[in-house]
Design a binder for this molecule. Structure first.
Ligand code: 13P
Length: 256
């Protein structure tokens, strides 16, 4: 991590877990487990129906709340969808865009990721844009091309000013929920490739300032090593963000 030029962000992604009452209990546990003055920003991205409980529960703590998806239209006949302004009014500050599970199971494409990212940014949310290669793509040697393409298309039409509210999360699909973490070197290498793409598009200063997270089976044990790498500015945590002590350990590991 380079904390002199950029912000470290440790964010949980609860995915489709936790009811509102469970949300209150888990956040109360987290508030006790987390350090008082963490070296990173702490975010929990929760299911839509848990947002109200989460926003209430984090009051007086360092935790900020994010959503897990957002629709790109501002309103209208899109049954089941949620707009950026709805999220803002509920107290949401961050939103995950283009998670690989959405790309894989819900037909999300690079183009819709771009539309969602722009809608989020225009509403003043911080967009956590996820990119990452599948196992086949890694084995075929096209990891760099894949993440570069995903990053470039996600950022189409995003101004340098808007980029200040962008976080890119490198999440190799083969490492998500599998217990198979990328090595710290692999994570650092690909986060560096993403930073190079940002440099080519926006210049050196923007590339040095952008937060690039790693996600994929990050846990209390491996966080310290992953977060020690210069290009890894935090984590997007799935399973381990559902356990207060484990999530707190990851937050503590950002202090290096
Ligand atoms: P796991 O930490 O459960 O592997 O999930 C990572 C992830 O998808 C975060 O968005």
């Amino acid at each position: 991590m380079r904390r002199d030029t950029r912000t470290t962000v440790v964010a949980g992604n609860w995915k489709m877990n936790m009811t509102p009452s469970q949300t209150t209990l888990l956040i109360n546990e987290m508030k006790t487990a987390l350090p008082e003055n963490p070296a990173c920003k702490v975010v929990l991205c929760v299911p839509f129906v848990d947002i109200a409980a989460a926003v209430e529960a984090v009051k007086g703590s360092v935790i900020e709340i994010g959503a897990e998806n957002v629709h790109f239209e501002s309103k209208g006949a899109y049954t089941g969808e949620i707009s950026a302004s709805m999220l803002v009014e509920c107290g949401v500050k961050y939103v995950i865009v283009g998670h690989s599970e959405r790309r894989q199971y819900f037909a999300e494409t690079d183009e819709t990721v771009n539309l969602r990212a722009k809608a989020a940014l225009e509403a003043g949310l911080t967009a956590i844009i996820c990119v990452g290669e599948t196992l086949t793509e890694r084995e075929q040697g096209v990891t760099a091309e894949t993440v570069a393409r995903q990053t470039k298309i996600a950022l189409m039409g995003v101004s340098e000013e808007m980029l200040k509210n962008v976080i890119i999360a490198y999440e190799p699909v083969w490492a998500i929920g599998t217990g198979r973490t990328a090595t710290a070197e692999q994570a650092n290498e690909v986060c560096g490739i993403i930073r190079d793409v940002v440099k080519a598009l926006y210049g050196e200063k923007a590339a040095e300032a952008i937060t690039v997270q790693y996600g994929g089976s990050m846990n209390a044990k491996n966080a310290k090593e992953l977060l020690s790498k210069t290009n890894v500015d935090g984590g997007l945590i799935g399973g381990a963000s559902l356990k207060a002590p484990d999530f707190a350990e990851i937050v503590k590991a950002s202090d290096q």
